[in-house]
Design a protein around this ligand. Structure first.
Ligand code: SF4
Length: 437
């Protein structure tokens, strides 16, 4: 009853069961048992869709970028529209086509009905890669990545209050050591100073910001307005993320069903605004915004083969760089990188791997036990536990070992230091890893 039926593309399993309303693939929160992290009593519906698609040879269908809901249709059935389209194609021709032994013919006649329904003209999504329409890099981050430099980005936690003194201090502290600074968008669904406001502060200090936008709190109208506005504040890098469910945030829990767009749709909309100079509704943009577009990925959230499909879709939609979830087993990335390469996607995206220096055994346990998509192997947990008073030093050594390993990996273009509030460690990590320019 979403009125925007996509069953033909999702192995005939309805994706509307996903509590985040994801219409273009799974979030990074599938548990190791392949359950949904928001409600662990249920299987992740997207995992089921991917599994069945692989089993039935329909996995390439998962690459098509599907539109957000047309809310005018919600609550209605799609059958009326299907019948109208069948009549347009010709009922006899449609049935004959479906019975044809020629797969291409079958697909053609099928699409003459269903593509029109699932891809309205205002969206017109596809499964193709669309390279950016500009040549000169639009940000320092893009310039350095294009030049082949092994880049360091980091994250500064936005303040909880309206006082920006700590924010300014931390930007000042990390600025000489990194190329770009991300500002999270109400991470873990906890309200804080907005990412855009922090970006403005950073830009005023000649530091390069990365604006994060979480789909969780964004409507299609709000998204388009804020990216046009963000260009006035020096934003040239945007990271589109799904965002943690409001269910993991503090009470009282808001309406979990208001989900207007997902991160793949955000990328698609923003790329079209920049490259095709149009708003989602088709209006022309005379002076289009310029930005380097990124997406988050969680390489270990599901099987590498499935994860690569999801990531190829993001690249096709518009992602030019990835920032990964925190990684503690760098060699485990190889399978995922191989799968991306197989899909001819590795050469189309820059990858910055999330590295987190562990401040304590408690933080290590928290990440392993509570954060979806983050896994710490037994040897790291036990090193942290045994380190006692030297636990923060042990955490730094582990991070340095991981960085050393990443520097050698083909397809990895840099690191994204996620310090979880320990910003003061950034200078030490960057210097000791030999990455200070
Ligand atoms: S784990 Fe994520 S994608 Fe899967 S059902 Fe839950 S919210 Fe949806």
């Amino acid at each position: 009853m979403c009125g925007n039926c996509l069953l033909q593309e999702t192995a005939f399993i309805c994706p509307m069961e996903c509590p985040k309303g994801m219409r273009n693939g799974p979030c990074g929160g599938v548990t190791p048992e392949k359950n949904c992290y928001i409600d662990e009593t249920r299987k992740c519906i997207w995992y089921a869709i991917y599994r069945r698609s692989l089993k039935t040879g329909r996995e390439e269908k998962l690459l098509e970028v599907l539109p957000p809901l047309d809310w005018n249709k919600v609550g209605t059935e799609t059958w009326g529209e299907v019948l109208r389209q069948v009549r347009k194609t010709g009922t006899g021709k449609f049935i004959k086509g479906l019975l044809s032994k020629d797969r291409e013919k079958r697909d053609r006649v099928w699409d003459s009905v269903f593509r029109t329904i699932r891809q309205p003209l205002w969206w017109n999504g596809d499964s193709e890669y669309h390279s950016a329409s500009y040549r000169e890099p639009v940000s320092l981050l893009e310039t350095r990545l294009k030049s082949g430099e092994f880049v360091v980005a980091t994250e500064v936690t936005p303040p909880l209050s309206a006082n920006s003194a700590k924010l300014i201090h931390e930007i000042e502290l990390v600025k000489p050591y990194v190329t770009a600074i991300n500002f999270t968008d109400a991470a873990s669904a906890n309200p804080k100073m907005s990412s855009l406001a922090c970006c403005k502060v950073a830009d005023d200090m000649q530091a390069e910001p990365v604006l994060q936008i979480a789909a969780r709190d964004t409507t299609r109208t709000g998204l388009q307005s804020s990216v046009i506005g963000s260009c006035q504040f020096g934003v040239r890098n945007i990271l589109c993320i799904t965002g943690d469910s409001a269910r993991v945030g503090p009470p009282p829990t808001g309406n979990l069903n208001i989900i207007d767009i997902d991160s793949v749709q955000m990328l698609w909309i923003l790329r079209k605004m920049r490259d095709d100079c149009i708003y989602l509704d088709g209006r022309k943009i005379k002076y289009p915004p310029k930005y380097f577009l990124g997406a988050a990925t969680s390489p270990f959230a599901s099987d590498p083969e499935l994860q690569a499909i999801r990531d190829q879709k993001k690249i096709n939609a518009g992602a030019q760089f990835f920032q990964t979830n925190i990684i503690f087993e760098p060699d485990r990335l190889d399978l995922w990188l191989e799968q991306l390469d197989k899909r001819n996607s590795l050469n189309k995206v820059y990858i910055l791997v999330g590295v987190s220096p562990l401040k304590s055994y408690k933080v290590a346990r928290y990440l392993h036990d509570q954060v979806p998509g983050v896994f710490l192997p037994g040897n790291i947990l036990s090193r942290m536990e045994k380190a006692g008073d030297g636990e923060s030093e042990e955490g730094v050594q582990i991070a340095l070992e991981i960085i050393e390993c990443l520097k050698e990996k083909k397809g990895i273009n840099g690191i994204h230091l996620m310090t979880l509030g320990w910003e003061s460690i950034v200078p030490r990590i960057v210097t000791d890893s030999g990455l200070k320019k």
